[in-house]
Design a protein around this ligand. Structure first.
Ligand code: ZN
Length: 174
């Protein structure tokens, strides 16, 4: 089914199994909307649900508008969902918001469009999720935390609006 090399396939499997079994940054944060600290960093959260598989997610992002200082998730679902959420938090923590937007766009493009993986180098180890495209029913498991991230980043765009973060679903996407 796949044209991936054996090396990439085994990397894909071992990374996803590792993060699926031992997720990083799986913990709640206080997202009551109050800025904290001298830089006014604010924690936002949003819920996501993938009805096709049953994956449920709450994603937490703490940002001062420039940098994501902390990021974590809670939820339960399949190994691909858990691994995708875990690797998202690990890769994005501490990065500038502008850079995170680029990574999110590349990641979602990789999983939802085209034949080839665009610029896999720019995604680092997130590129292993390109293998999920071979299993269309699992794509939404791998994109759910990134869709939630997009919703939260829209709120970060406008720090003063205190936008309500509505729950999202991947049901109508792709
Ligand atoms: Zn799933």
């Amino acid at each position: 089914m796949s044209g991936k090399s054996g090396d990439l396939r085994s990397l894909y499997q071992s990374l996803i199994m590792d993060h699926g079994k031992n997720p990083r940054n799986k913990r709640p944060m206080n997202c009551d909307g109050h800025p904290e600290g001298e830089h006014g960093a604010q924690c936002r959260c949003t819920d996501g649900y993938n009805p096709l598989c049953g994956d449920k997610l709450t994603l937490y992002v703490k940002s001062d508008g420039e940098t994501v200082e902390d990021i974590s998730f809670e939820g339960h679902g399949c190994a691909i969902f858990t691994a995708s959420s875990s690797m998202l938090t690990e890769v994005l923590k501490g990065r500038p918001v502008a850079e995170i937007r680029e990574i999110a766009e590349k990641y979602l493009t990789m999983l939802t469009e085209g034949e080839a993986t665009p610029d896999p180098e720019g995604l680092g180890k997130l590129a292993v999720f390109g293998g999920v495209k071979d299993f269309p029913t699992r794509v939404k498991c791998a994109t759910l935390p990134w869709r939630a991230l997009e919703v939260i980043l829209e709120g970060v765009d406008d720090q003063d609006s205190a936008a309500e973060s509505a729950p999202i679903t991947t049901e109508k996407e792709i």
